[in-house]
Design a protein around this ligand. Structure first.
Ligand code: FAD
Ligand code: SF4
Ligand code: SF4
Length: 1006
């Protein structure tokens, strides 16, 4: 840390209760958002409350340090980036304070979707719906005046604000609402226009009224003719009938005028019925014409997607392939809502008749009022755009002219102008539009590391913005000016620009708040401060930095000649490419219960816990922004340790960024230099430790159930004292397999399985291994168990002990590849082991045999389910009268096989299987075993644990051994592997019946 940062950190720590982070790793995480820019701040402040914000503002004002408010950091124009101190409101100011009738009071860090989940309980919602609502914070929604597809019915945030508590540039706190211009000083906010404003607010109101009052004509003359408008400050409608609406002006000011510390916003009732119509067109212009017709049918949303987006949608999901006709050049998604289902249905039909039969604009349609189908249709628009980043190649759909809006009636003509601009500059682009209100999201495909493309960015922006102005449009309808549009604001507003500057001057004469955004004496050119994207010439491959990067003053000077030698298998340039694929969209910050995204971020929603932070840090190292020596230092390792290799982000990230692989590389670099910590050493050697302990089974099992011994285990090896652990079996599975001659290769012809009985099945749950063998044999499958004790090495991989894991993998691959060549399929009952063989080993070993094994490995339930699908599974299953709660483990999910365990269970007559979908169990492999993670692991798994307490569920069931530990943690109910239940139903293992009624113990699992 440089001395300036050190001093600031020390100063601020003395002034604030919240966190202050000025180290290199932290500031790097806050150097980017979802825009094309990157600026490393001086530091990051995470205020706990308004007094922290005040202290920070006073300090910044005294020391002339800029302040950049930040929510989720998903701005597309670099609105929250800057060289000063970033104030992260999303971390500790996330409380819903009170809801009262049709209003709700929130702190700025409350996530919009979280607010709507809360309001839904009383049948209400906050209407404006930016596509990022699952992560965006209310502070940002107000600071950007956010809106989304439902603008026609809800408008933007501005229409819903009542008042806001804000901290001004001199540190004073006011409640900004609607204030009488000429009142004597009072002491309260006045959203009802009755009470007089406080002195500071009054000074502001007076100054602003004097500025704006005489210029009403100028203001009216220079407004765009669009329905949506987000560029500049909102000067129209703020001064009316002797009242000044400070809140209205502050909404949309991008953190440049004041910092929002609380806000009261209006809520609306949820619509009773909602219906969606998809209309398909064979020409883009026809879709634009169609959009003009839609408003007559009471549309609450009308979105347009172009052919490129439709093609991607078809590719990413087979359901869209079936839904979207191949000849569609464009699609309109129209939502209508109402209180009467029949009336709504009639309106949907009228719309279809009008566009398809009468006007002959659309050639096909789909229509629904069902929630599931509606959600599927809506996901089309919400998921596909970030998915554009999955496209291969260096060109990316860049957001730099992504927010233009035009008067809706000009849309058909503007689309022609837009295509001309793109053609002139030989650029292709994707187009998504809220066509009903004239909002266009255009993303040209360009390569930020190519000088010609960077020059074209400026040319395209110039030309396109000119076309926008020519039709009375605005350069920003939703996202704001930020770094990418402030340079054009003067042209957008002409003589009104000076008034905007004066507004800024009245609020913030020292230019402390988010300088360089909206108005600026010297706005940055469009292509300054762009993110570095080129990997340096290192083992991971990559080109040198571009001129543009060299031009950016902070970040890129010279590419280090050699960054580091990768320890995992990466194709040339693939590591840099992978890290670069993260576009910062922030989806991985979601806390939504409908998604599995990062369990660790859910436990502690801080930027460093997000998958995005990890991609950003690796990209910074690969592009020379961050000293590669960080790879061997604790600060970066601590962030890497916040990844537990659950693979959920890899599945759900729209850009498909393989964060777990990047983090294993990162941990491996650290471990290669520093070795493993003692507690990690134990977990990495679990197989050897289990083998040793099994020689002293009685003593070991007694210790596991004894509180004092468990305290000792925690104190010495870091295994949480309260965590229920499995007992060692009387004899290992390998021994009994040897006795039963399973360790001799099968002689019979037909299906052959090599059973990869990992550490858990071998030493702890031998009954599971026996059940699996019995089920296979019952179904005519020959079983071979290798005579050496197999371990997959998953714990080593997750901990970064990659060299050791490579040795284990090499041994396993040599054995297993031979078996595959002899016709065996490798099958594991432990999902983590299957994932290791199918996925992780390919990251460790670059050889054909590893690929052969990966292709011929299956998880046990998946293997049996496939047998069932091909009609080979015996169905002589006896009824079981019980009710099971099934949890799908992350590692089964990561295998991309659906839920075969659950499906198998559903074949058993009499058995009631309930899916408990509460996300990750919170164990995350060995994460939940550690003392330091015990509580947070329980917090993460609490949804699952509590669901299992439901009296209608008698027993838990899951394939994963560590999820089982968690599922038994807060309940006495047992959790059983589906294969055991299957063996019981076949009548092969009657002793399993007693498990269904077994009661768990304090410290050990059943
Ligand atoms: C894929 C994608 C789709 C998007 N779709 C939409 C859309 O449909 N509609 C839309 O409007 N936007 C959209 N956006 C843009 C952006 O995500 C949203 O505007 C979002 O509301 C930004 O929220 P955030 O919390 O990430 O804000 P940040 O990026 O963190 O901050 C945004 C601005 O708010 C200011 N700010 C934050 N908190 C405060 C505070 N407490 N006080 C003062 N200022 C504050 C910041 O200084 C900054 O200027 C999209 C972005 C992406 C990546
Ligand atoms: S990791 Fe994926 S989901 Fe997260 S910000 Fe990056 S692109 Fe978005
Ligand atoms: S692999 Fe899991 S823990 Fe790691 S970043 Fe992704 S979602 Fe989070």
């Amino acid at each position: 840390m440089d001395p300036e940062r050190e001093r600031i950190q020390a100063d601020l720590k003395g002034l604030l209760a919240g966190e202050v982070l000025c180290d290199d790793v932290s500031v790097q995480m806050y150097a980017t958002d979802a825009s094309i820019y990157q600026i490393r701040p001086l530091g990051v402040v995470r205020p706990r409350g308004v007094s922290d914000v005040v202290a920070c503002v006073e300090y910044a004002a005294k020391n002339n340090i800029p302040l950049h408010a930040r929510g989720a950091g998903t701005g597309l124009a670099g609105e929250s980036l800057g060289r000063g101190l970033v104030i992260d409101f999303s971390h500790s100011m996330r409380r819903i304070i009170a809801a009262d009738g049709d209003t709700v009071r929130v702190q700025p860090g409350v996530v919009l979707a979280q607010l709507n989940r809360y309001l839904a309980k009383s049948g209400r919602l906050f209407g404006p719906d930016p596509a990022t609502r699952s992560v965006t914070t209310m502070g940002s929604v107000l600071a950007l005046d956010a809106s989304g597809s439902h603008w026609p019915v809800y408008g933007s945030a501005r229409q819903h604000v009542v008042s806001m508590q804000v901290v001004l540039a001199d540190g004073q706190v006011i409640e900004a609402g609607k204030h009488p211009v000429d009142s004597p000083p009072g002491d309260g906010p006045d959203s009802t226009a009755a009470a007089p404003p406080p002195p500071r607010a009054q000074t502001l109101v007076r100054g602003l009224a004097d500025l704006i009052g005489p210029r009403e004509k100028l203001i009216a003359q220079h407004q765009p003719k669009t329905r949506v408008q987000r560029s500049g400050y909102c000067l129209s409608g703020v001064l009316e009938n002797g009242h000044f609406d400070l809140a209205r002006l502050l909404v949309g000011s991008e953190g440049t005028l004041a910092l929002i510390t609380e806000a009261t916003v209006r809520t609306v009732p949820q619509p009773k019925f909602r219906g969606v119509v998809l209309l398909f067109f064979d020409r883009l212009e026809a879709a634009a014409q169609g959009a003009l017709e839609v408003s007559a049918f009471g549309a609450s949303a009308c979105d347009l997607m172009d052919r490129r987006l439709l093609t991607i949608a078809r590719e990413i999901d087979v359901r869209y392939d079936l839904l979207i006709p191949r000849q569609a050049e464009a699609m309109l998604l129209v939502e209508q809502d109402g209180d009467d289902a029949q009336e709504l249905q009639d309106r949907q039909q009228k719309l279809i008749v009008r566009l398809q039969r009468r006007k002959r604009l659309a050639f096909d349609h789909r229509v629904t009022m069902e929630q599931e189908e509606r959600d599927l249709y809506w996901r089309l628009t919400r998921r596909v755009i970030p998915t554009l980043y999955r496209l291969k190649g260096s060109s990316r759909p860049l957001p730099f002219v992504e927010d233009v809006a035009v008067p809706p009636e000009q849309l058909p003509e503007f689309l022609v102008r837009l295509q001309n601009v793109l053609q002139t500059h030989a650029v292709t682009a994707s187009l998504f539009a809220h066509a009903g209100h004239g909002q266009l999201h255009v993303r040209p495909f360009l390569d930020m590391s190519n000088d010609d493309d960077v020059r074209r960015m400026q040319q395209v922006a110039d030309a396109m913005y000119q076309e926008v102005l020519d039709v009375g449009g605005t350069i920003s309808g939703e996202h704001g000016d930020g770094l990418s549009r402030t340079w054009f604001v003067r042209r957008q507003f002409g003589p009104l620009y000076d008034v905007l500057r004066e507004v800024k001057n009245i609020f913030d004469p020292k230019d402390i708040f988010n300088p360089g955004k909206v108005v600026a004496s010297d706005p940055q050119p469009l292509t300054d401060n762009m993110r570095s994207v080129s990997a340096s010439s290192n083992g991971a491959g990559g080109a040198a930095k571009s001129d543009v990067e060299a031009k950016t003053p902070t970040e890129t000077t010279e590419a280090p000649p050699e960054i580091f030698e990768p320890l995992l298998v990466w194709n040339p340039e693939s590591m840099g490419y992978m890290a670069r694929s993260c576009n910062g969209c922030g989806r991985c910050r979601t806390l939504s219960p409908d998604e599995r995204m990062c369990p660790i971020f859910r436990i502690a929603p801080a930027e460093e816990a997000s998958p995005r932070a990890k991609a950003n840090l690796m990209r910074a190292i690969l592009t020379g922004q961050l000293d590669p020596a960080q790879l061997t230092q604790d600060a970066l390792k601590e962030v890497a340790d916040l990844c537990v290799n659950c693979h959920q982000c890899r599945l759900e990230c729209p850009a498909g960024v393989d964060i777990p692989k990047l983090m294993i590389e990162c941990k491996a670099q650290y471990v290669a230099t520093n070795g493993l910590r003692p507690s990690d050493m134990l977990l990495a050697r679990l197989d050897g430790v289990s083998a040793l302990a099994s020689n002293f089974r009685t003593l070991a099992n007694w210790s596991l159930g004894n509180r004092q011994m468990r305290w000792l285990l925690q104190a010495t090896l870091g295994i949480a004292q309260g965590r229920k652990l499995p007992r060692l079996a009387p004899t290992s599975f390998l021994r009994s397999a040897q006795r039963r001659r399973l360790t001799r290769p099968a002689r019979r012809s037909g299906q052959k399985v090599l059973y990869f009985a990992d550490t858990y099945a071998n030493y702890f749950d031998v009954q599971l291994a026996e059940c699996f063998v019995a089920v296979l044999e019952h179904n005519g499958v020959s079983v071979y168990v290798p005579p050496t004790s197999p371990q997959s090495g998953m714990a080593m991989i997750s901990l970064g002990a990659v060299e050791r894991a490579k040795r284990v993998a090499a041994r396993n691959i040599a054995l297993l590849a031979d078996a595959v060549r002899q016709g065996y399929t490798i099958v594991a009952t432990e999902p983590a082991a299957a994932l290791c063989l199918k996925h992780e080993y390919l990251n460790l070993l670059d050889d054909e045999d590893a690929r052969l094994v990966a292709e011929n490995t299956s998880e046990a339930c998946t293997y049996l389910w496939k047998m069932h699908q091909s009609g080979k599974l015996q169905l002589d299953l006896k009824p079981i009268n019980s009710s099971l709660g099934y949890h799908l483990p992350c590692h089964v999910r990561a295998l991309g096989v659906g839920a075969p365990g659950e499906r198998l269970l559903r074949l058993i007559p009499g058995l009631n299987v309930q899916r408990v979908e509460r996300g990750c169990s919170g164990m995350a492999g060995t994460y939940g075993l550690k003392r330091e993670n015990y509580r947070s692991s329980l917090r993460a798994g609490w949804g699952l644990i509590s669901a299992l307490r439901d009296p209608t569920i008698h027993v838990g069931t899951t394939e994963c051994s560590t999820c089982k530990m968690q599922m038994e943690q807060g309940t006495t109910k047992p959790t059983i592997h589906p294969i055991k239940v299957l063996a019981l139903a076949y009548g092969l293992m009657p002793e399993v019946a007693s498990l269904l009624t077994a009661r768990g113990h304090d410290l050990v699992v059943t």
